[in-house]
Design a protein around this ligand. Sequence first.
Ligand SMILES: NC(=O)C1=CN([C@@H]2O[C@H](COP(=O)(O)OP(=O)(O)OC[C@H]3O[C@@H](n4cnc5c(N)ncnc54)[C@H](OP(=O)(O)O)[C@@H]3O)[C@@H](O)[C@H]2O)C=CC1
Ligand SMILES: O=C(O)[C@@H]1CCC=N1
Length: 265
Amino acid sequence: MLESILIVGCGNMAGAMVEGWLADGLNPSRLTIVDPLRTEGPGGMPVLPALPEDGTFDAVLLGIKPQNLAEAAPGIAALVGEGTTVLSLLAGIELAVLQRHFPAARARVRVMPNLAVALGKAPIALATDSTDEALAAAVVGLMQPLGTPEWIGEDKFDLVTALAGSGPAFVYRFIDALGAAATRLGLPEEQARRLALAMVEGASALAAASPHDPGKLADMVASKGGVTRAGLDVLDNGEALGRVVIDTLRAARDRSAEMAREARD
Ligand SMILES: NC(=O)C1=CN([C@@H]2O[C@H](COP(=O)(O)OP(=O)(O)OC[C@H]3O[C@@H](n4cnc5c(N)ncnc54)[C@H](OP(=O)(O)O)[C@@H]3O)[C@@H](O)[C@H]2O)C=CC1
Ligand SMILES: O=C(O)[C@@H]1CCC=N1
């Protein structure tokens, strides 16, 4: 049902999806990639500098920036027929706006992944204006090799964009902060970065594999009156970490909502 896929814009995000699909064994002949910036895609895939003059595609994956949509949409729409599903990665671009640009499409689907799709390990939020259950199953099947797809009401998409889409950047800042702090407190810089990254990799793998929730795991690390508790007391004091994380997600969510308003008007 979603055999042939035209990818328009193959930068960081769509490129990572192609990497993930190829790693899972997807036949590269299913993908046609268009991007004016590059001549070669992941895995040496050919990239067209401009949209093909004609062609029929089961899906069009929009991997361009939201601010480029209005200009690019008419050319893309010419390739979108009644059998084409539009899959949009664009933050803050609502289904109603996609409907306006691509009225002839079979369906429109918002997809919010993150760069971990390259490893098959991204949460992938999905929302659609279609009620076609077979199509919904086909979309989930297409996304499954990239991580954990799940349907989410579009009213939650700004928040989910902040959490699932932007989230890795917030985690990378935290990893950097751990390394920088350890450097300031006396470890050689390279060693501090290496230890911080290895620690976060192991801690998240354990959190994902463990039957215990992260709160319980934190308690399992913290001996009573010991070293970890002294550190946790700083993070927990006045909910210092909780507050900064709420402010972070709120700012990202609100920017997504603002982008949605701008695209709507
Ligand atoms: N990066 C991320 O982690 C995530 C991104 N997203 C979404 O994914 C989308 C892409 O983001 P990202 O990959 O980071 O951006 P990039 O800038 O890395 O990639 C976008 C690519 O599209 C190209 N492009 C621009 N206009 C056209 C066009 N008309 N036809 C074909 N290609 C075009 C750009 O080329 P040029 O530079 O020459 O304009 C660029 O190579 C955004 O809408 C974003 O909201 C969603 C979740 C996570
Ligand atoms: O920063 C952005 O706008 C995009 C959406 C989520 C991640 N990157």
